[in-house]
Design a protein around this ligand. Structure first.
Ligand SMILES: *Cc1c(COP(=O)(O)O)cnc(C)c1O
Length: 404
């Protein structure tokens, strides 16, 4: 049984006040909050077995190594990767994308084409632009319609034997659109292109299955799914990870080093140079365990109720426009009030204890498409409530009255 009041007790931060009001946290698409179970894993690490991994023969080092590798297995199982060594523990989504983009610099040549969707976060645009500058490959954009959905007919047109890579997010952080990645992947494979899916915004809502999707690369950040910042996953198919050169040189990623020649370690260590975020990796595993005890089906169902309720209630407000009206979307609502800057609404909401995001959400091309400077974005998690939606709606109305 999904019991939101019981779930809320797991999140100590939800008890705090902001500006004298109970905190209403609706910025989950930027980062999620952390349950006590994950905080406990972090405290336990630093209290009982903080040590460097893989190198030590001493007990603490072995305990830390065991827990870190157990976390990798938790990640593998959750995302249903075939092999544990296909899971690279990274510093997060941005790091994972840059690692792959760096690797493709030695694969792409002039005349090759790479496709990006119009719905991307800057972290899934800029590394590819840098890659194209380096290699002479051409970047092409899959356009979207005014609902914020990718135009699949145009995607089919853009694909050709020149296409080497397609990168697209699973879910847009700015609009909440769920992209048809199954179809995107299948079609890309038909022309021999690899696909990288940015799953940062999907991981708190959807349990993505690497083998069923047959995706080549999939990246997430732990902090979007109840884990800590600075850690994440890069999933890569073994054959692709073997093709890519190492990203950073250093400790842990080598087999043997001499001044004449260095040979690299096997997967996953080839891509894990230096001391990783050990505690973060372990806490990432704890976050996945936590979310699975709630259950992704229950989360999805509950968040959809919140989304539908919030959408209907917000649309009752005069002169309010929602951006991102895809049929298939998650609990993200981007909106503006006519004649009022989103920043001013966000500032007034904060005075009422309500945390929302304002601005371009690291997706300036989407804002340009709609010809707006930015939006107010309310993004809901499974620990939000209908009462909080009501508070948001009433807060927006108050802000509108004050700013009119
Ligand atoms: C948050 C987010 C990112 C960036 O994640 P980092 O943890 O900052 O690296 C990339 N893409 C999408 C869709 C996101 O929501």
């Amino acid at each position: 049984m999904f019991n939101v009041e019981k779930i809320r007790k797991d999140f100590p931060i939800l008890q705090r006040e902001v500006n004298g009001k109970a905190l209403i946290y609706l910025d989950n698409a930027a980062t999620s909050q952390t349950p006590q179970q994950v905080i406990d894993a972090i405290v336990d690490y630093y209290t009982h077995y903080n040590a460097n991994i893989h190198r030590g023969v001493h007990t603490l080092s072995q305990e830390a190594t065991d827990k870190y590798e157990a976390a990798r297995l938790t990640v593998q199982k959750h995302f249903n990767a075939k092999e544990a060594h296909e899971i690279i523990l990274t510093a997060g989504t941005t790091h994972g994308i840059n690692l792959v983009a760096h690797g493709f610099a030695s694969i792409l040549t002039k005349g090759d084409e790479v496709l990006v969707s119009a719905l991307e976060h800057h972290s899934n645009i800029v590394p590819w632009q840098m890659l194209c500058e380096k290699t002479g490959a051409t970047l092409k954009v899959i356009p979207m319609n005014t609902d914020g959905e990718l135009i699949m007919a145009d995607y089919n047109q853009l694909l050709s034997e020149k296409t080497k890579l397609v990168f697209v997010n699973h879910i847009s952080n700015a609009l909440g659109t769920i992209n048809p990645i199954e179809e995107i992947i299948t079609k890309a494979h038909q022309v021999g292109a690899a696909v990288l899916v940015d799953g940062a915004q999907a991981c708190p809502h959807i349990k993505a299955d690497m083998q069923a999707l047959d995706v080549d690369f999939y990246v997430v950040s732990a902090h979007k799914m109840c884990g800590p910042t600075g850690v994440g996953m890069l999933y890569g198919k073994e054959e692709w990870l073997n093709k890519l050169p190492p990203y950073q040189g250093g400790g842990e990623m080598i087999a043997e080093v001499s001044f004449e020649k260095t040979t690299y370690a096997g997967l996953p260590h080839k891509f894990e140079a230096g001391t990783p975020n050990i505690c973060g990796g372990i806490a990432f595993g704890a976050a996945i365990d936590y979310m699975n005890t709630i259950g992704f089906e229950a989360i999805d169902k509950y968040e959809h109720e919140l989304l539908e309720y919030a959408t209907a209630e917000l649309l009752k407000i005069e002169n309010l426009k929602i951006f991102g009206t895809a049929k298939n979307k998650t609990s993200v609502i981007s909106f503006n009030l006519e004649g009022i800057h989103p920043y001013d609404i966000g500032t007034l909401l904060d005075k009422m204890g309500i945390a929302v995001r304002t601005g371009h959400h690291c997706a300036q091309p989407i804002m340009s498409f709609f010809n707006i400077p930015g939006t107010v974005r309310a993004s809901f998690a499974f620990y939000n409530t209908k009462a909080e939606v009501d508070a948001l709606v009433s807060g927006v109305k108050t802000a509108q009255r004050m700013l009119a």
